[in-house]
Design a protein around this ligand. Structure first.
Ligand code: NAP
Length: 247
């Protein structure tokens, strides 16, 4: 079978996606940054359910670590046909006037440079031009790219705007190379990321402002990602799915 690399697969949306992809028959490369226990739990869950998975530790903002991660995937002996660019970060809620250059650069390094690097290495392995058999990439952006996240994290929102542009540009570059590139834009999803922003209960505070009046579950985002990667989406590229409860 084929390998699917999911970045940031130890927790949240990445974890839910890894579990669903394993059920679809992929061997899942579970990328994580620090939390080896969470990554090991995901792998154990997959193996206990009869699936296949292995861990690949890498900070996606570090080019050498991304290269080493792909090298270790190559050594597994199966073909990489799917990439879910999911690992993302944000920091404490803040207005722009209080943002430091260091913080902005850290957000962009992970959420933008990291996505580019993972796409680049996937394309080298998947594209017909490089002798590959094709594949599919899903970038996890955010509704924040449309809404701007004022007063919270415009740096993060801007990084997701870049992910949207990356999706459009790359999808056009590789459409004739057997690679489909699509994007999901989640809204308020129950994961740990809100604690990074300094407000673990953020989803419940603001959910009444959503047309659907509830937060989303990571599994609801994962279902869309898995569909975009599948043959059921074989004529879909350069597309964006909003998973934001109607906002
Ligand atoms: P999360 O629960 O905070 O999990 C983040 C994951 O990313 C963890 O697996 C973490 O690994 C990994 N990670 C962080 N920095 C990394 C790095 N430099 N290199 C490799 N892995 C790294 O986040 P989430 O809410 O599931 O978010 C997943 C994606 O969805 C992000 O791109 C986020 O922007 C997007 N999103 C989320 C929401 C939401 O409401 N939750 C809404 C819109 C978009 P460790 O466990 O090792 O730390």
């Amino acid at each position: 079978m084929a390998i699917a690399l999911v970045t940031g697969a130890s927790r949240g949306i990445g974890k839910a996606t890894a579990l669903q992809l394993a059920r679809e028959g992929y061997t899942v490369a579970v990328n994580y940054h620090h939390n080896i226990k969470a990554a090991t739990d995901v792998i154990n869950q997959i193996i206990e359910a009869g699936g296949k998975a292995f861990a690949v530790r890498a900070d996606i903002s570090d080019e050498a670590q991304v290269l080493a991660m792909y090298d270790s995937i190559d050594r597994e002996g199966e073909t990489l046909t799917a990439l879910v660019n999911n690992a993302g970060i944000l920091f404490e809620q803040s207005t722009i006037e209080n943002l430091s250059a260091e913080r902005i650069n850290r957000v962009l390094a992970t959420n933008v440079t990291g996505y580019f690097l993972c796409c680049r290495e996937a394309v080298k392995r998947m594209s017909f031009k490089h002798g590959g058999k094709g594949g599919a990439i899903v970038n996890v952006s955010s509704a924040a790219s449309r809404l701007g996240a004022p007063g919270e994290y415009v740096d993060y929102a801007a990084s997701k705007g870049a992910v949207d542009s990356l999706t459009t540009g790359l999808s056009l570059e590789v459409a004739a190379q057997g690679i489909r590139v699509n994007c999901v834009r989640p809204g308020l999803i129950y994961t740990d990321i809100h604690a990074s922003g300094g407000e673990p209960g953020r989803v419940d505070r603001v959910k009444s402002m959503l047309p659907m009046q509830r937060g989303g579950q990571p599994e609801e985002v994962a279902q869309a990602i898995v569909w975009l990667l599948s043959e059921k989406a074989s004529y879909v590229t350069g597309s964006f799915i909003e998973l934001a409860g109607g906002k």
